[in-house]
Design a binder for this molecule. Structure first.
Ligand code: ATP
Ligand code: MG
Ligand code: MG
Length: 427
């Protein structure tokens, strides 16, 4: 992909926008772009520099993304709405063509990385709550104030404000920005590796100094779970390449498979409530480490039909009106509203699933599914909005984890929490 029309090759120390930004290291990449940590010499801050592939269709996509991100930034001057901020944008010419570049605020690891880092065991519910609050605040801003549908909400597209590994955070690790091209960088890879290794070592030393624990960053087997403690789990919504205004939709098929709402599969039209479905799938995944719906095609049925079957096994039968109401309904449902090719469904409701498979306590399972289930309504209009969701008491509960119960006071707190759990909410 590093050819005409493709990615722009970047070397550490490369300058952009007339020398304002200096590339530090690669943060990530996607189908459209590479994203670099860059130092902003004007504001003395680190930023994320997203450099789009140069071919016309990628440039066009970037222009759309810039339009959405500009609206987001304009409506949120104090940058407090938990959505990534566009700082500026410009074009950069290189050997592969002209590349649209977006300068974004620098964020940390994605929630997908966080889930992996926690070894797919699921995060503590208190952390899930904090992440849900930020995400819902972001969604409420997009939906209510801007009328924007994200259309691709998933753990990969929600980024923590900081890196999981403090050594990777340029501010926390106390490393100095690279302002010039490292010596001999023109000779290519080997020198680069030496410099990168040197920088990594320097960052590790800096962190060991801060934390006062020698070797605390070393890789041992217990590392990952321990180092999760104390991570500020605030986060922001990113990746607006597929976002649209509710009244200006262009794609019929939206969302990443596992986070796709039933109305998308059935081609029954969509609105903000499609994001709410994906949000609920994401919240489940954070709490359990597993994707809620992972459909596969099989003998005589498609991935879509399996997906619909999985939804009904969890949520019960789809109302007939919804089942037969989409442009694609006839592909999957007969006129009674039953799936054509998958006849026997094994009903396993969410609260039972959380207890049986994920070993939640009865009360945790009960409360969490009371929060999630309304979002999984097959009727899109019945799903709570982000604003309504933000009012849900589940977000303000605090469960004690077993190692937090150390004394009487903590037990009291736990009991207080339990009695709150007994209070029925909604409907
Ligand atoms: P996609 O195929 O997902 O649409 P894309 O080319 O549009 O990819 P992004 O998803 O925007 O690119 O970014 C690619 C990766 O770069 C992200 O997954 C993330 O790891 C990293 N990244 C993006 N934006 C930031 C940011 N603001 N701060 C830190 N890292 C970022
Ligand atoms: Mg992405
Ligand atoms: Mg994208």
């Amino acid at each position: 992909s590093y050819r005409k029309g493709g990615y722009h090759a970047v070397r550490i120390g490369d300058q952009f926008a007339g020398g304002r930004y200096i590339a530090q290291r690669k943060l990530g990449w996607g189908q459209f772009s590479t994203v670099w940590l860059a130092y902003d010499t004007q504001s003395s801050n680190y930023v994320a520099l997203k450099i789009q592939k140069s071919a016309a269709q990628f440039a066009q996509a970037a222009i759309h993304e810039i339009e959405v991100l500009s609206a987001i930034a304009e409506g949120d001057p104090s940058n407090s709405k938990y959505v990534v901020r566009l700082i500026e944008h410009f074009k950069h010419s290189g050997p592969n063509g002209q590349h649209q570049c977006m300068v974004l605020e620098h964020l940390g690891d994605s929630l997908l990385r966080l889930i992996k880092h926690n070894r797919y065991k699921g995060l503590e519910l208190n952390k899930v709550r904090e992440i849900c609050k930020c995400t819902l605040t972001g969604l409420n801003y997009l939906h209510k104030e801007l009328k924007i549908i994200h259309t691709d909400l998933k753990p990969e597209n929600i980024l923590l404000l900081t890196s999981i590994d403090p050594a990777k955070d340029p501010v926390r690790s106390g490393q100095k920005p690279i302002l010039e091209k490292p010596e001999g960088s023109l000779n290519g890879g080997s020198t680069m590796n030496i410099i990168e290794k040197r920088l990594k070592r320097r960052a590790k030393r800096a962190v060991a100094k801060i934390s006062g624990r020698r070797g605390s960053m070393e890789g041992g087997p217990q590392k990952s779970v321990k180092s999760l403690d104390g991570i500020d789990v605030r986060c922001k919504v990113v990746d607006f390449g597929n976002a649209c205004w509710a009244d200006k939709q262009f794609a019929e098929e939206i969302q990443t498979r596992q986070y796709r709402a039933p109305e998308i599969i059935l081609r029954a039209g969509y609105s903000f409530s499609a994001d709410m479905w994906s949000f609920a799938c994401t919240a489940f995944e954070l709490a359990t480490g597993d994707m809620l719906f992972a459909p596969k095609d099989g003998q005589g049925y498609s991935e879509d039909e399996d997906h619909l079957a999985l939804m009904m096994e969890l949520l019960g039968k789809m109302p007939k009106k919804i089942a037969i109401g989409g442009a694609r309904s006839k592909d999957y449902f007969d006129r009674h509203g039953d799936l054509k090719r998958i006849r026997r469904l094994k009903y396993w409701p969410l609260d039972r699933l959380l207890v049986d498979k994920y070993k939640f306590s009865d009360s945790d399972a009960q409360e969490f599914s009371e929060f999630l289930c309304p979002l999984f309504d097959f009727t899109p209009e019945k799903r709570p909005s982000a604003e309504q969701c933000l009012q849900h008491p589940w977000l303000n509960l605090r469960s004690s984890t077993s190692n937090e119960i150390k004394n009487e006071a903590d037990v009291k707190k736990l009991e207080g929490g339990m009695s709150k759990l007994g209070v029925k909410v909604g409907n």
